[in-house]
Ligand binder design. Structure first.
Ligand code: DGY
Length: 313
């Protein structure tokens, strides 16, 4: 039996059903008790980032479990050592969502820098307005601005490619895959924070990156700068961010991910200098087909005795 915790795309549901008996959830994440109960006896689990896959879950699934296929590139929802201890393969979906996530990152960079939502709100409020030389001024990306990319992996590089078309200079923190001959300056985090006009986060959430952007890091940023996060909410200390945005430590933020997801800190909702979207970085129709298809392909690999194509462990 293959337990699919939430409905995938129609194509991927048909593909997974072709592999054998399927127990499928609905559109919404299952409650914890239901998640544990429905996993029992599964040989494979296809899950999303909203399910916590820990030792309790793995034990509830039982000894038949061979693979947990996460429909996401990030896998901070999975206790990988606990899976490895039990001989369970874990897979993710790298590579297929880089473009979509980079596109949304650029949308947030542009919207937060150029105050797109301030303009939208102004018009919707029916406030009388007229063009003026001092009206709704924002950060000029193409006037020599610098973008700092924290996490220069696949998605960070996809953002850099797009940003170069906007004439942004690129700084990045060191990564395991060294840059080729593309124009990027690799610097340490403090230097990146101090020199960037826009800081964009693309590292995974790990114990080492939790609250990487805290009060101290925000204080290093320019007062005119913009912080963008399309990675994981926990990388930013949201309370420190709210204070920084309120007091002018930084100018604006664009956030697709939140610390207490799906809850959003109410203080963020009150701030006019934040653009927020509900974790839609990979929400393109083609991208979601590819993510779901890759997760199902990993299950097919493992159930047929082959190595999964995108393993985590
Ligand atoms: C991922 O793949 O990790 C994304 O956050 C889901 O869109």
């Amino acid at each position: 039996m293959i337990y699919v915790t939430r409905l995938l795309t129609d194509t991927a549901m048909a593909q997974v059903r072709a592999l054998g008996e399927v127990r499928a959830g609905g559109d919404d994440p299952p409650a914890r008790a239901e998640l544990l109960e429905r996993a029992e006896g599964a040989r494979a689990v296809v899950c999303t980032l909203t399910e916590r896959i820990d030792a309790e879950f793995l034990d509830a699934a039982g000894p038949r479990l061979e693979v947990v296929a996460n429909v996401a590139v990030g896998y901070d929802n999975i206790d990988v050592p606990a899976a490895t201890e039990r001989g369970v393969r874990v897979t993710n979906t790298p590579g297929v969502l880089d473009g979509a996530t980079a596109d949304l990152t650029m949308a947030l960079i542009l919207a937060a820098s150029r105050r797109v939502l301030d303009g939208d709100r102004l018009l919707r409020s029916r406030t009388p307005w007229v063009w003026g030389p001092r009206m709704l001024l924002g950060l000029d990306l193409s006037a020599g601005a610098t973008l700092g990319i924290v996490g220069y992996g696949r998605i960070g590089r996809a953002v850099a490619r797009r940003a170069r078309a906007f004439d942004l200079k690129i700084l990045a923190t060191p990564s395991s895959a060294p840059p080729g001959d593309e124009p990027v300056e690799i610097v340490d985090l403090d230097t990146l924070l101090e020199r960037s006009d826009v800081v964009s986060l693309h590292c995974p959430l790990t114990p080492g990156t939790r609250h990487l952007i805290d009060e101290r890091a925000l204080a290093r940023m320019k007062p005119t700068s913009v912080l963008v996060n399309t990675a994981r909410g926990g990388i930013v200390d949201e309370r420190a961010l709210v204070t920084a945005l309120r007091t002018g430590v930084i100018a604006a933020a664009g956030l697709d991910v939140f610390e207490g997801e799906p809850s959003v800190n109410p203080a963020l909702l009150e701030l006019g200098n934040v653009v927020i979207t509900p974790h839609i970085g990979s929400a393109g129709t083609v991208t979601r087909e590819r993510m779901c298809g890759l997760a199902v392909a990993n299950v097919a690999d493992v159930l047929s005795g082959a190595a999964p194509r995108t393993p985590v462990n």
